[in-house]
Design a binder for this molecule. Structure first.
Ligand SMILES: Nc1nc2c(ncn2[C@@H]2O[C@H](COP(=O)(O)OP(=O)(O)OP(=O)(O)O)[C@@H](O)[C@H]2O)c(=O)[nH]1
Ligand SMILES: [Mg+2]
Length: 315
């Protein structure tokens, strides 16, 4: 492992700034890592894979280090195939365009499997410098060596030396090696003035951000088979003097899924709605009145129109 030299020690007047893509398999902790850097929850986090469905940019202002990191969170790269998943993979792949650095995030607790190998091969075919972040080190560091070997095998020994800038055991949960990762990222960024003003946090549009908050609360309450079938669309946001009215439609694929999402006597929907309302209020800075509607639309993941409305499709 290489030495961490810290940001702009050599020339304190220089400012560094660049785009950093978070790339990895689903569920390894990419959004958790970004939220830790932003000190705010911008991307939603859950225990089920395929939580992130958008490319989300978050701006990390590091005044002391004279740097600005623009982090680009991406959906985890999958092997599974359907139009939504194909789209998620496309988002992840396109996220590297225009980036200065890739953070390859892996779960140090899990063996390098087939999906991981796909991610490694994809990264190996690029030319960006890479920092390997071996996350969830608070749980164990069992497979650290295996990941290093896998990089050598799939990206080649030369690239291991030239492109892999750092390997950092990390924990997005405890913040272990946060300072080291921060310094390593800054060191890899080009000298450039800030892209964003001091107030900027994210360019993730408000309706999508609010939709994600409600989807996260539902993911937290629901069982494993629902997540892929679930989508949230914010139909309307109306600002009044003292409150903001938000109208949301929750899409599911079958009537039985609707039953689960609504819950007995509406319990699931009420609980998720209540939790989402509080978090939405923090985002909009006003009290939120949230109304929700659950709609069954079997083929929503195949309907380009719906995917477009949901912000999952931009072509
Ligand atoms: N123990 C532990 N859990 C973590 C850590 N980082 C993330 N997690 C958990 O791992 C799960 C997945 O985290 P996410 O941040 O949603 O993962 P992701 O890579 O963004 O997942 P996708 O959006 O599905 O690609 C959540 O339950 C997190 O709380 C960590 O460092 N340690
Ligand atoms: Mg995510």
């Amino acid at each position: 492992m290489k030495r961490f030299t810290g940001s702009n020690e050599n020339n304190p007047r220089e400012h560094r700034c660049g785009f950093v893509a978070l790339i990895g398999r689903p569920n390894v902790g990419k959004s958790s890592l970004m939220n830790l850097f932003l000190r705010e929850k911008v991307g939603i986090v859950s225990a089920v894979p395929q939580t992130t469905r958008h490319q989300i940019r978050g701006v990390v202002h590091l005044d002391k280090e004279r740097a600005q990191i623009v982090m680009v969170d991406t959906p985890g790269i999958h092997s599974f195939r359907d139009p939504l998943v194909a789209h998620l993979n496309t988002v992840a792949h396109h996220s590297l365009e225009g980036c200065d650095l890739a953070l390859y995030v892996a779960d140090a607790n899990r063996r390098v499997g087939r999906e991981e190998t796909n991610v490694l091969k994809f990264l190996a075919a690029q030319s960006l410098p890479v920092i390997m972040v071996l996350n969830k080190i608070d749980l164990s560091e069992k497979y650290v060596e295996e990941y290093l070997e896998a990089w050598r095998k799939f990206a080649g020994e030369d690239s291991f030396r030239s492109r892999l800038k750092y390997v950092i055991p990390f924990s997005a949960k405890t913040g272990f090696h946060f300072g080291e990762l921060k310094s390593a990222i800054v060191e890899c960024l080009p000298v450039h003035p800030p892209f964003y003003g001091p107030e900027a946090k994210t360019d993730f549009p408000l309706p999508l951000r609010l939709a994600e908050v409600l989807r996260e609360k539902l993911l937290m309450l629901l069982s494993q088979e629902i997540p892929h079938a679930l989508a949230v669309l914010i139909e309307d946001i109306r600002e009044e003097d003292r409150l903001v009215r938000v109208r949301a439609t929750i899409y599911v694929r079958t009537a039985s899924q609707k039953k689960i999402v609504v819950g007995k006597n509406g319990h699931v929907l009420k609980t998720a709605g209540g939790q989402a309302r509080k978090e939405m209020a923090e985002i909009v800075g006003k009290k939120v009145f949230l109304s929700t509607w659950v709609k069954v639309l079997k083929e929503w993941p195949e309907k380009i129109r719906i995917l477009r409305q949901l912000g999952y499709w931009w072509m």
